[in-house]
Design a protein around this ligand. Structure first.
Ligand code: RIB
Length: 300
């Protein structure tokens, strides 16, 4: 289905340290947790894993540290059939994310960027193969890198999808004309000052994002309300798939990857967003980030 689609992901690669507890501790509180584990993560690597599990050809472009975690994460990419030739080892430590999850599957994450902060725009662009059809990028690398890579990909007519996580202000005016720009609710608030919590605010925020980025489509990830698509004229809200929520970590990464692939396959943004909703619902029903991504047989 997505077999011959050639994709590249520029982004972060982290070791995730996951602690579960009944609730998130208050300031100054010391709380006993229930479980802990280490897992493969980083928004870039999670999206690369989702793409490969859905059957696409994937090249990962990023940096890890010259340490045990870096080696493990590269091994994991390769074990998932991802071309890791665009990943190099740097002097700083591999990125690390400390993730707290409560009994309702909601998380709080602190990320130490480490080697991810050393991704360099020129190197990243040189690693993008000429026959790449789809490029995914997130905001977990520096603004300069994201801007340069998006402008390069757009100039090469590569379908370019920007996932705006984690939440931060960003000079969208400097990277114009991507195919899809896709923030979640808190990322939308950080970029526009508007929390998209009803149809009016969803439209208002989408119009601002469209105007500032000149992206073809603005797709807002709205959590338990599904997602929205704005094409410059019409706003459409697509309902979510019902699921049992175990861990919401990386659900957005999964949504972005599945939506992007289906868009390349069909050219239909509504089918694409429905596929993103379906894949995201599977990801939240499982613990972990990269490891919670569905396979193609679970979607079709
Ligand atoms: O989007 C989820 C990811 O955010 C986690 O895997 C963690 O590494 C952070 O980067």
């Amino acid at each position: 289905m997505y077999k011959n689609i050639k994709t590249a992901v520029v982004g972060s690669i982290n070791m995730d340290m996951i602690l579960t507890a009944d609730r998130i501790p208050d300031v100054g509180e010391n709380l006993l947790g229930n479980t802990y584990s280490y897992a493969n993560g980083g928004k870039g690597a999670n999206q690369a894993t989702a793409l490969t599990r859905l059957g696409a050809e994937v090249k990962m472009i990023g940096k890890v540290g010259n340490d045990v975690n870096g080696k493990k994460l590269i091994e994991n990419l390769e074990a998932n059939n991802i071309d890791a030739s665009g990943v190099s080892e740097e002097g700083s430590e591999t990125g690390l994310a400390a993730i707290l999850i409560d009994k309702d599957g909601r998380n709080r994450i602190i990320v130490y960027e480490g080697a991810n902060g050393e991704i360099n725009a020129g190197e990243a662009i040189n690693s993008i193969d000429d026959d790449t059809q789809l490029l995914l990028i997130q905001f977990e690398t520096s603004e300069d890198v994201v801007t340069a890579v998006v402008n390069h990909a757009v100039s090469r007519n590569i379908t370019t999808v920007i996932d705006c996580g984690p939440a931060k202000e960003f000079n969208l005016e400097k990277m114009q004309g991507a195919t899809i720009i896709s923030p979640n609710e808190s990322e939308t608030k950080a970029l526009t000052g508007i929390l998209p919590d009803n149809e009016e605010t969803i439209l208002e925020a989408s119009k601002i994002l469209k105007e500032r980025s000149k992206a073809q489509f603005v797709v807002l990830k709205l959590g338990e309300r599904g997602c929205s698509v704005f094409d410059g004229e019409k706003l459409t809200i697509l309902p979510p798939y019902k699921t049992e929520v175990v861990d919401t970590t990386a659900a957005g990464d999964c949504f972005t990857a599945a939506m992007a692939l289906e868009y390349v396959r069909t050219g239909d943004i509504y089918k694409a967003c429905d596929m993103g909703n379906k894949a995201g619902a599977i990801a939240v029903s499982r613990m972990g980030a990269a490891d919670s991504m569905p396979t193609i047989s679970e979607l079709y």
